[in-house]
Each structure stands twice: as structure tokens, then as C-alpha cells.
Design a protein around this ligand. Structure first.
Ligand code: BG6
Length: 479
């Protein structure tokens, strides 16, 4: 079977707040993730005002990558990874977000971590903001509702670009910048942007105001990064859930198209450098005011990204004749959503659709003609040890295999320009949406449970050896 090119960045991905722990170590300040309790599949995480005594906050210790990074990187190297995606925890560098000077101990941690990766020829792929907005900015500035926070973000970006300019080539500005469009669920505005919708505020207006500020922050960071090192590759990162029409009824086909184009809203601006017309029409119709300042059009034009990174976990489907409000049975988070009978779901209800990945790669590439990078994909599973003390995670292997098959078709048959593939959570980490440990994505098991018990010991799952073989054969051997 066909291979993927030699330059292809086979890797794995995590986010700092879900893995590092050390939430208050060496000068780190609290972030929005540090006030989120644990939930479950059907019980949302709670966002508390401050860190409350007696509550359990799973991100505080997470899987203690902060204390285990050498051991973990050695395992990543043994797995054959060529790239590793993580984020720089903003509050390790600027504990309050508005500090005059960065925290040297935080900067030093990432120096050491990146050196360790580079020692094994693993390229760091770094997200600047992955749900780690400083709590102080959220509480005392209104976070990205407030234009001043753009300046704090840009200062953070410039600080780390300058510090790691000879260690990191691949960057992304905001993780899943577009998932706050599902503003009916408060977790997304909070984690993406540190924002809550207050009484009397219109959630849609808030979202687009915040959206504009994050888009400006992203564009300013891209321009600043290019000045610091013109060889940087700085990308966008969006969550992508393709939307299918339930039937060939033209009304359904067009509804799917309309829903999809709003999914493209953020990447349209980040890749093309301007707002799409359909969005401007919608804003005018709905009375949404975008806080455009003089010069913003130029900022967006001068801050276009080099590539489009995206996460892909599932697809969804819409039916014009179904209720407007999502049922919450389907996790695409769009109006008129219905279950797709052709598609199976994970234990957490996420639709498993490998062909949807090929479809996504093609639609993105047709639309933008810039390199693409799949920076998240994977299956959350409950892993159990067999009698022989091993984890045989065949379902995870099957999921990854089926998706890699589709990636190969997109690259080799369709001609899509794809930089790499970093499946989510190569090592078990805390789930973002539920805060659980038992929703595992890793190929490396970590002994830690939902209540925070466990030794934190690492062990290899069957997928570990399988992925090594896939990488060694450039994707040819998927057996
Ligand atoms: C993406 C996020 O939304 O999905 C990750 O970028 C997250 O941070 C991943 O962990 C999977 O979601 P979950 O809830 O299964 O951890």
C-alpha cells in the first residue's frame, strides 16, 4: 500500500493544561483551566469563581508532565515521533497576564522541554493559546471582550517567539479558535477566550466581539513572529466537524452548506485576511456589531497564516425539518442537528467517520490552497489491563488506521498538500470537555484515575508499537 512522503510530520499532540500539572509551580499563575472541576459524559464541568478548598480540579496535577517530561520525551522518541505538538502555558510565562516582566522559571522550563525534544530530532509544534488564558485577565479585564487583552497576548507571543526562535519552527496562534461559536455551551467561550456572558448581554454579540479580538490578536502575532524569524511557519488551528445534509432535498443541501460556511468563518479570515461577505450580511441582519478599529483591515491582511491546522474527530448531519435546538445527542453543536444512521459513535457519543476526514481535507484544500496540518484526531476510550498486564487497545488502532487510510487517499489520490498528522493525546491526559482521566486517547497509559488516585507510572499500550511501525514504514504498514 502507498506511503506518505518522507517530510511528513508524524507526531502526537497534547495541551499544556491537560498534561503538565504543576499548576502553581515555580511562579506559575492560575489560568481559566485551573478553576474547572471534573465532570462526566452527561455532567458538565463546573467553573468556580476561584480555586475553592475541598474541590477537585483535575488539571492541577494532570499527568504531571512537568515532573516527568524527560521520561515522556524518551518514550515519544521510542515511538518514532518526528513532531510533538503542545502549548506554552501562558501563565507559566506571564502569571497574571498583565505582568511587566516574564517569569524566568517558566521560560526555562520550555527551554529544557524543547531541548529534550530536539535531542531526539522531534520538532516541537507549539500552540500559543490552548485554553490557558490567565485567570486575572478573565476576572479583572473581561478577557478578550476587552481590546487591551489583545496587547497582553501579543506581548506573550513576542516573548516566546524571541526566546524560542532557534528551537521552534512550527507555531499555531489559538487552539480551535472557532469552537466558541457554540456559545450556547459556556465552556467554549470560557476556555477559548476566558469569557463569560453576563446578564443582559447577548451571547452571539459577545462571541463575535471576542472573535474579532482573537482574530486581531492572531494576525498581530503572525506578523510579529515573521519579523522575529521569517522562517517560522505560523498556522491557524480550527475545530472541524463537517456537516452533511440529511437528504438530497435542496433545502437540506443548502442548510448544510450554510452551516458549513459558518464553520469556515474563522479560517476564512485567518487564511484570506478579510471577513467573508456572507458573514457581514448576517451581522447586518442580526444587528451584530463587530468592534472594527481603524487599521484593523490592514492588520488582518498583514497577518495571514502560513498553513491551516485543524482537529478532526467527527462529522455531523442537519435536517431542515428537525428542531432548531441541538438535542445534545449529537456533538457537532449546530442547529437542526440529527444523528447520522450510517455512522457509529464512541462511548462519549462522538461520530466515528474516517471518510469525513478525506472530505474535510479536500474541502479545505479546494477552498484555501495552503498547506494543511491535522493536529488532532483520535478516539477517547476506557482502557483496561488484560490478565497479562497489557492494554490491547484494538479499537484505538482501528480508528487511527481507518483515518490514516483516508489521509493517504487525500494526499496520494487527491493531491492535498498535508504537512503532518499529530493524533490527540499520544500520552493519556485529562479530558478537556469532561475533565475525566478515564476518557483516554493515549498510546502511553498513565496510572491516574478520575479522583486523582494512582502512581502516575507510564506504560506502553499495544497502539504504541503499532504506531512506531506505521511511522517507520512512512504509513505503508498499517496492519
Ligand atoms: C479538542 C481540544 O477540542 O478536543 C482538546 O483541542 C481536547 O484540548 C480534544 O482534549 C478532545 O476532547 P476531550 O474532551 O475528549 O478531551
Amino acid at each position: 500500500m502507498a506511503k506518505l512522503p518522507k517530510y511528513f510530520l508524524w507526531g502526537g499532540a497534547i495541551a499544556a493544561h491537560q498534561a503538565e500539572g504543576g499548576w502553581d509551580a515555580d511562579g506559575k499563575g492560575p489560568s481559566v483551566a485551573d478553576v474547572m472541576t471534573a465532570g462526566e459524559a452527561n455532567q458538565p464541568r463546573e467553573i468556580t469563581e476561584t480555586v475553592e478548598e475541598g474541590r477537585y480540579y483535575p488539571n492541577h496535577v494532570a499527568v504531571d508532565l512537568y515532573g516527568h517530561y524527560k521520561e515522556d520525551v524518551a518514550l515519544f522518541a521510542e515511538m518514532g515521533l518526528k513532531a510533538f505538538r503542545t502549548s506554552i502555558n501562558w501563565t507559566r510565562i506571564f502569571p497574571n497576564g498583565d505582568d511587566a516582566e516574564p517569569n524566568e522559571e517558566g521560560l526555562q522550563f520550555y527551554d529544557d522541554f524543547f531541548d529534550e525534544l530536539l535531542k531526539y530530532n522531534i520538532q516541537p509544534v507549539i500552540t500559543l493559546s490552548h485554553f490557558e488564558v490567565p485567570l486575572n485577565l478573565a476576572k479583572n479585564y473581561g478577557s478578550f471582550k476587552n481590546r487591551r487583552v489583545v496587547d497582553f497576548f501579543v506581548k506573550f507571543a513576542e516573548t516566546v517567539f524571541e526566546r524560542y526562535k532557534n528551537k521552534v519552527k512550527y507555531w499555531m496562534t489559538f487552539n480551535e479558535i472557532n469552537n466558541m461559536m457554540d456559545y450556547s455551551n459556556p465552556i467554549f467561550l470560557w476556555t477559548n477566550a476566558g469569557v463569560t456572558v453576563e446578564e443582559g448581554e447577548d451571547a452571539k454579540q459577545v462571541m463575535y466581539q471576542v472573535g474579532h479580538h482573537t482574530l486581531i490578536a492572531s494576525a498581530l502575532a503572525v506578523a510579529a513572529g515573521k519579523k522575529i524569524n521569517p522562517d517560522f511557519e505560523i498556522g491557524a488551528m480550527v475545530s472541524h466537524v463537517p456537516v452533511y445534509p440529511k437528504t438530497g432535498d435542496p433545502a437540506n443541501v443548502f442548510l448544510a452548506e450554510e452551516t458549513m460556511r459558518m464553520r469556515y468563518f474563522f479560517p476564512d479570515v485567518q487564511v484570506r485576511g478579510y471577513y467573508p461577505n456572507h458573514a457581514l450580511k448576517e451581522f447586518a441582519r442580526d444587528g451584530i456589531e463587530i468592534p472594527f478599529l481603524d487599521g484593523d483591515e490592514e492588520i488582518l491582511k498583514n497577518g495571514k497564516v502560513d498553513y491551516l491546522g485543524f482537529s478532526y474527530y467527527m462529522s455531523t448531519m442537519v435536517d431542515k425539518y428537525a428542531p432548531l435546538t441541538p438535542t445534545n445527542k449529537v456533538h457537532g453543536g449546530v442547529p437542526h442537528e440529527v444523528e447520522n444512521p450510517y455512522i457509529e459513535r464512541s462511548d462519549w457519543g462522538w461520530a466515528i467517520d474516517p471518510i469525513g476526514l478525506r472530505y474535510t481535507l479536500n474541502r479545505f484544500y479546494d477552498r484555501y490552497q495552503v498547506p494543511l496540518f491535522i493536529v488532532e484526531n483520535g478516539l477517547g476510550l476506557v482502557d483496561e489491563f488484560d490478565a497479562d498486564g497489557q492494554i490491547y487497545d484494538q479499537a484505538r488502532i482501528a480508528y487511527l488506521r481507518d483515518h490514516i487510510e483516508q489521509i493517504k487517499l487525500a494526499v496520494n489520490e487527491d493531491g492535498v498538500d498535508l504537512m503532518g498528522y499529530t493524533p490527540w493525546g499520544v500520552i493519556d491526559i485529562v479530558s478537556f470537555t469532561t475533565g475525566e482521566m478515564k476518557k483516554r486517547y493515549g498510546m502511553i497509559y498513565v496510572d491516574r484515575d478520575n479522583e486523582g488516585n494512582g502512581t502516575l507510572a507510564r506504560s506502553k499500550k499495544e497502539s504504541f508499537t503499532w504506531y512506531r511501525k506505521v511511522i517507520d514504514s512512512d504509513g505503508e504498514d498499517l496492519a
